[in-house]
Design a protein. Structure first.
Length: 380
């Protein structure tokens, strides 16, 4: 497991180290006996659990399967330290709860996070006032404002991160649509040229062939030999034109490698994508290309938003007179997972094409097995 420490996480770890170092140093200087070992263990458990909670790809991270179960542990450690140590000397331990409440905006709405933070502040300083047998209104107000400020800042950072991710996703979609339009435009131009060659040049060559054939019946001798040579050349030229028209129409189909590549640009570094497309695999129509591009685009979005995955595999090949597309990740689905609007929309689009879609949960990750027919794809 590779651990990742963004700036906010690093700031929390450094603050925890500073609080831990000061606490252990004061305990060593105070007259014995002091609960040095229990305090050290509680601080260690707090730090380890905080680091795990901030790891995006870890099952114990906030977005992981067990993150919600681990979340109360550092808070309990902080309250245990408050109960264990003399609050008059170690009143700064409330900093640990400030670090903890910074995690809340990543799990719940800003309003709920603020309400829970207020409850934590009241509980903390209520307990401290009971232990010290004195009023702590000013201290509670100061530390409480720090708590609320930390929650609001984390909520703002989360909102900015989500807005940036959404903008990046829209940019990927725009690049993909631009690529599709370019490919469709080139395909349409090839089809137009092929149609003109077939309708104009092919028609005239056919007429010429017929005229030469008639002429060969009306002459003899050396003239007949020359007419027959001309007839052979005309037939050869007509065959070449037909082959060129067929080749141009074949090349007008939309290459899946070129269709999918723009969707993989500007993805987070934490997600590695493996694109495996069978050689020369192409969509048979613009409508099918649009469907395939949408399906891959929606699958990538779902992986980024919900799967908490580090790897994504996209495989495409020909199968049963159609295209078989498999998309899977190594994410960790929650036990209560249910298909959302994105997957429902994918099912509807596949059904509209006359295709099939199967969902398979494999080792916690989600695999999409899609088949679309080469012919008879409905228009978007």
């Amino acid at each position: 497991m590779k651990y990742h420490f963004p700036l906010a996480t690093l700031a929390g770890i450094l603050t925890w180290l500073l609080v831990s170092g000061i606490t252990l140093m004061l305990l060593l200087r105070l007259p014995a006996p002091q609960p040095l070992l229990p305090a050290g263990l509680l601080l260690l458990v707090y730090g380890i659990s905080f680091i795990l909670l901030t790891q995006e790809q870890h099952p114990l991270g906030l977005g992981g399967r067990y993150g919600r179960w681990l979340l109360p542990l550092p808070l309990l450690c902080a309250f245990a330290l408050q109960w264990l140590l003399p609050t008059a000397i170690f009143d700064y331990l409330a900093i640990l709860t400030i670090i903890w409440v910074c995690l809340l905006p990543h799990l719940m709405s800003q309003r709920l996070a603020l309400l829970l933070t207020l409850g934590i502040v009241v509980l903390w300083f209520g307990l401290q006032a009971y232990l010290e047998q004195r009023s702590l209104w000013i201290t509670a107000a100061l530390y409480g404002s720090f708590h609320l400020f930390a929650v609001l800042m984390q909520a703002a950072i989360k909102a900015e991160t989500e807005a940036r991710a959404e903008l990046t996703e829209k940019h990927r979609q725009l690049l993909a649509a631009q690529q599709l339009l370019q490919l469709a435009s080139r395909a349409e131009e090839r089809n137009r040229i092929a149609r003109d060659l077939h309708d104009l040049l092919g028609h005239h060559l056919t007429a010429l062939t017929i005229q030469l054939q008639i002429a060969s019946y009306q002459c003899d001798g050396e003239a007949k030999l020359q007419v027959e040579k001309s007839l052979q050349l005309a037939r050869l030229l007509l065959s070449d034109v037909r082959e060129a028209v067929s080749a141009m129409r074949d090349s007008s189909e939309l290459d899946l490698q070129q269709l999918f590549t723009p969707l993989l640009q500007h993805l987070p570094e934490s997600l590695q994508v493996e694109l495996d497309i069978a050689p020369k695999l192409k969509a048979s129509s613009l409508s099918q290309a649009q469907h395939l591009q949408y399906l891959v685009q929606e699958a990538i979005s779902n992986t980024l938003k919900h799967a908490n995955a580090s790897r994504l595999w996209i495989h495409a090949r020909e199968a049963e007179q159609g295209i078989a597309l498999e998309i899977k990740d190594n994410g960790q689905l929650k036990a209560s997972w249910q298909p959302g609007n994105g997957l429902i929309g994918m099912r509807e689009r596949v059904a509209e094409c006359g295709g099939k879609l199967h969902l398979v949960v494999d080792a916690g990750g989600l695999a999409l097995q899609i088949w679309l027919p080469q012919a008879g794809v409905a228009n978007v």
